[in-house]
Design a protein around this ligand. Structure first.
Ligand SMILES: Nc1nc2c(ncn2[C@@H]2O[C@H](COP(=O)(O)OP(=O)(O)O)[C@@H](O)[C@H]2O)c(=O)[nH]1
Ligand SMILES: [Mg+2]
Length: 234
């Protein structure tokens, strides 16, 4: 059986059959991202795209930030997972508007999926949109969703060489959040090595160290998100 990803089509037939990347669908992903950007700008919504491996602490970070966010009616969350609405259920408990996208065979949220979900949401009061992408350090980095700020998370249990092994996501992210710092005493993880590698990939990257368990570093991250949001939309 042949599985085709959504950006692939079969052209020709018989002996001459070949599989070709469908460029126009790639362009349509860009067009959807442009539409998302226009929709967000028109409504004065600032959007974060959270990217990391599965289990790095994306949902926990969103929950910890929501716990400190006074105006919950101003936040909306979109969860991306291959299957289940487990993460959306976790976020819903915090009293914010949330939608779940199940991507099934795709290792990242498609811009068209996000666009269609956003069109069905009540975004009247929303000023901050947090998108949790599918847990993957590779594919989501290749697909802009029209976000204002891309955030890559790396937990201290994943190894400090990851920025060297997966450079694209570190190169294209505006913020790097090193998570689970409460576990630093128990693992070999050289924070300075990660900082150096991340800055080599992207000299402008802003780096935060947080623990969703102890709350360390969360106020600084939240302040920065709020100042970036205000700088865009006032
Ligand atoms: N010790 C510790 N564990 C954490 C922290 N953040 C998340 N976790 C745990 O890491 C696991 C994965 O977290 P989750 O937020 O679901 O990660 P996601 O898959 O990236 O959304 C869960 O067992 C969390 O309880 C943290 O700051 N410290
Ligand atoms: Mg999650």
């Amino acid at each position: 059986m042949v599985f085709l990803n959504p950006q692939t089509r079969v052209v020709g037939g018989g002996k001459g059959m070949r599989i070709e990347v469908e460029r126009s669908l790639g362009q349509s992903a860009e067009a959807s991202a442009r539409e998302i950007r226009a929709l967000l700008s028109g409504r004065k919504i600032y959007a974060l795209n959270l990217i990391s491996s599965p289990g790095s602490g994306k949902t926990s970070l969103i929950e910890a930030l929501l716990g400190r966010y006074a105006a919950k009616s101003r936040v909306a969350v979109v969860e991306g997972d291959i299957e289940t609405d487990i993460d959306a259920g976790r976020i819903r408990r915090h009293g914010v508007q949330v939608r779940q996208i199940n991507t099934r065979s795709s290792c990242h949220i498609q811009p068209s999926q996000l666009l269609s979900v956003l069109r069905g949401m009540d975004l009247e009061q929303t000023r901050l949109l947090i998108v949790e992408n599918v847990g993957n350090l590779v594919c989501p980095a290749e697909i802009p969703l029209g976000e204002d700020t891309r955030v890559v998370l790396l937990s201290v249990t994943e190894g400090d060489e990851k920025p060297l092994k997966y450079p694209l996501v570190f190169k294209t992210s505006d913020l790097l959040v090193i998570t689970k710092t409460d576990l630093l005493p128990y693992v070999r993880f050289d924070v300075e090595r990660v900082r150096r590698a991340a800055r080599t990939a992207n000299p402008a990257v802003e780096i935060f160290e947080v623990s969703a368990v102890t709350g360390a570093g969360l106020p600084a991250l939240l302040d920065r998100i709020e100042s970036l949001r205000a700088a865009k939309n006032g």
